[in-house]
Design a protein around this ligand. Structure first.
Ligand code: AVJ
Ligand code: FE
Length: 483
């Protein structure tokens, strides 16, 4: 392709679908992948790069360098930051090479300059940034050919090709961030993708909630080779029995909360949430607009009616928390969420994914930007957890009740600025991953976090209740509305 910016939008979207599947089509394996570490590493890095190109080649120079929201970096900052982190951690630190542009470190250090101030930095232009990423990737390929990535390699960055997996996940996380920038960008649509499959026939028969029996389960992991530091180590957690929504809360259920005056009733809101909702003037999820009695939403440059049966998206933690209280319920804790997503009561062990240990396929979960929206609530029966809960991985990030905290025995690796500096009460944990999360960065142990006021991330939620709390009862799953 000579000029990638002239490719049709549907072709670019198909490219995302292919890249997402490409990195993860390995045969099931109990731990990690059946592929040898270097093969898996190269495939994961290449899949990430195809997606980076899709997201940055689909807009013109102006859109690459503009700031589309003070919450986000210019796309061209994310682009070169991807290359700089690869140079820093893979080429220099793990590969022991001098690197290409150590002088760029301070420009692309996320901690030096907050997102709102990044347009003022002396950034590489789009063409320079693309050339820089290509040059770094050449060195990465040389490092991969010259090092031992076997499990017995004593250098921890290299064992099981961890640093390659870490950088593939880092690039994919910034791809997700850039997808959020695309969603915030105002202008004609440039991304396109096939619609997710319609809801399966049994959706109307699903119970509204599933029961997770009480007892200990293994949270976190000490064996997943590409797990990031905050997922380690595996440890036992006692979780009392509870009930969890079978599916995420839907737009239809959330619209009932709005119609019932949910945004005007302080009793439903945490005190700081009430202050925020008043000050910011929130009345509905981000990107929603009134349309007579109903609602429309803007999605990647298109305006459409809000689909009632789809998991709600672009709500902040305070909105999720208020909805749950209105519904007579609460958000699940992080431990409850992970137990529901991993614990197999038949064997007593924790799975890699809700459906088992096999890497995610298109039948399991809505991941990898194959689609540009969540699938209807109740989709992906093949991805169900042992409890019967669906869509725990994929579709929408799910807010949990929990603050972001280290597990017992946590040790920062390889740098404190990935997780360590964020631990504490300022951030709430999100789990499961959304439609724009790559399979390589989606696991039942993966932890995401953000401020409780943030709505630009692809976040929804589901609700829970204690065994002793009345509620639930019969009736179809409708995403945790009043039953
Ligand atoms: C895990 C999504 C909160 O974007 O701030 C990217 C991921 N860390 N580069 C973020 C990350 C460093 C991180 N989140
Ligand atoms: Fe980063």
């Amino acid at each position: 392709m000579t000029n990638p910016r002239t490719t049709s939008t549907s072709r670019t979207a198909q490219a995302a679908a292919t890249s997402a599947a490409g990195a993860t089509s390995a045969a099931p394996a109990p731990q990690g992948s059946a592929q040898a570490p270097p093969v898996r590493a190269l495939a994961a890095l290449e899949a990430a790069r195809r997606r980076t190109e899709l997201l940055t080649d689909s807009v013109d120079e102006h859109d690459l360098t503009a700031q589309h929201s003070p919450l986000m970096s210019p796309l061209v900052w994310d682009l070169a930051h991807i290359g700089n982190q690869e140079e820093l951690w893979l080429v220099r630190e793990a590969g022991g090479r001098p690197g290409l542009r150590p002088d760029l470190d301070h420009v692309y250090d996320a901690f030096r300059t907050p997102r709102a101030d990044r347009p003022a930095l002396p950034l590489l232009g789009p063409a320079e940034a693309r050339a820089y990423l290509a040059a770094v990737r050449e060195q990465t390929a040389e490092v991969l050919e010259s090092v031992d990535t076997g499990p017995d390699q004593p250098e921890r960055l290299l064992a099981d090709a961890f640093v390659f997996g870490m950088l593939a996940q880092h690039e994919q996380q910034h791809d997700e961030t850039m997808l959020a920038t695309h969603q915030l960008r105002v202008g004609p649509p440039v991304l396109d993708a096939p619609e997710p499959p319609p809801a399966p026939a049994d959706v109307a028969l699903l119970p509204r909630e599933v029961h997770i029996p009480g007892g200990a389960f293994t949270m976190g992991t000490s064996t997943e080779p590409w797990a990031l530091d905050n997922e380690l180590p595996a440890h036992s957690v006692e979780v009392p029995g509870f009930w969890l929504d079978t599916v995420p809360v839907t737009n239809g259920a959330y619209a009932e909360f709005i119609a019932a005056g949910g945004y005007d009733e302080p009793a439903w809101w945490a005190p700081e949430g009430w202050r925020h909702v008043r000050e910011a003037g929130l009345v509905a999820p981000l990107f929603w607009d009134r349309d007579g009695e109903g609602w429309t939403r803007r999605r990647f440059g298109r305006t459409e009616p809000v689909p009632a049966d789809e998991p709600v998206l672009h709500v902040c933690w305070y909105e999720a928390d208020a909805y749950a209280r209105w519904a007579g319920r609460r958000l699940p804790t992080e431990a409850e969420w992970e137990k529901a997503a991993r614990h197999d009561p038949a064997t007593g062990r924790s799975r890699r994914y809700p459906w088992g240990d096999a890497d995610p396929g298109p039948e399991h979960a809505n991941l990898g930007q194959r689609h540009l929206r969540p699938a209807p609530a109740g989709s992906y029966p093949a991805g169900a957890a042992p409890s019967g809960a669906r869509q725990l991985v994929g579709d929408v990030w799910e807010w949990t009740a929990s603050d972001f905290a280290p597990y017992p025995g946590f040790a920062a690796f390889p740098y404190k600025e990935y997780s360590d500096v964020f631990f504490g009460p300022d951030y709430k944990v999100l789990r499961g991953g959304a439609f724009g999360v790559a399979p390589v960065a989606a696991r039942s142990t993966f932890r995401n976090w953000d401020y409780p006021i943030r709505r630009q991330i692809f976040a929804g939620f589901r609700t829970a209740r204690d065994e002793e709390t009345p509620g639930g009862g019969p009736g179809p799953a409708r995403g945790g509305g009043r039953g």
